[in-house]
Design a protein. Sequence first.
Length: 268
Amino acid sequence: MRVLVIGAGNMGLTYSEGMAKSPLLGKHNLNIYDTDPKKITTLSKEAHFDVYDNLEDCLPKADIVFLAVKPYHIEDLFKSMTKYINKQQLFVSLMAGVTIDTIKEQLGIKKVVRAMPNLPAKVGKGVTSYTESSDVSKVELIMVRNLLDTTGTSIHVDTEKFIDASTGISGSGPAYVFYFMQSMLEAALKMGFSDYDSKILVSNTFEGAIELFNQSDISPEAWIDRVSSKGGTTQAAIDSMEDNNVKQLIQDAAYAAFNRAIELGQEK
Ligand SMILES: NC(=O)C1=CN([C@@H]2O[C@H](COP(=O)(O)OP(=O)(O)OC[C@H]3O[C@@H](n4cnc5c(N)ncnc54)[C@H](OP(=O)(O)O)[C@@H]3O)[C@@H](O)[C@H]2O)C=CC1
Ligand SMILES: O=C(O)[C@@H]1CCC=N1
């Protein structure tokens, strides 16, 4: 099986590195293509995969093709791909919003898996949701799942609505966590802590809370109760967030991403 990844950016490179570390593919069975000459030069020196600056040499021989460019790049990309593809090939899109029908129609192919990954894939802690067009076989789907799982874990969803929804939760989600971290870092700095101490306080607080959550069956709400004493400091902080409707605002933000994913799918 030969895999080609198109787009050597955050996601394309992350997946390439995940697949390269796994025993699933040898170096020459994993190819990456990008249009940026600088990236090609750097990757050719370092990478554990074959790097290409033209589609002619890599696309025709690929069995599975990962699409990892920005949604606004597909028009040019798809035009340049059409003469090198065939109907046996399976396309795995990591792109937000772009629908299976758009990919099928614009490329004139039938087998598409649409996936929504997230950035912690870089450290093997990603979560990817995926769904497929009706022409993808069970065996092909298992192969794709194995490839996706080289960067963490994955969930299968039945419809593309859940791909757009997971974009609002897990795809964009790391940015919400970083937003919260940044806010706490800025509060710590304002309180007079050094950069170093602020970082230690904040990163260990996040890491510790996640570990507690992962090692238990208790909901985040129940953990909040365990941190809070009646009339104490945590209660003051949570009351402040509730008074300011923070929970609703976070949910609104997740829906904004979800809706934007749907909108991206409607833009041609
Ligand atoms: N970043 C994230 O956390 C997530 C991203 N995604 C999705 O992944 C996709 C890629 O995002 P991301 O990796 O962040 O984007 P990047 O911009 O980091 O990577 C895209 C890469 O594709 C290259 N490229 C552009 N046009 C072409 C082309 N015609 N042929 C080959 N390569 C091309 C770009 O080159 P150049 O820089 O020169 O334009 C760049 O190297 C997006 O569709 C996004 O929706 C999904 C979930 C999470
Ligand atoms: O911001 C974006 O559009 C992409 C999709 C999910 C994360 N990054």
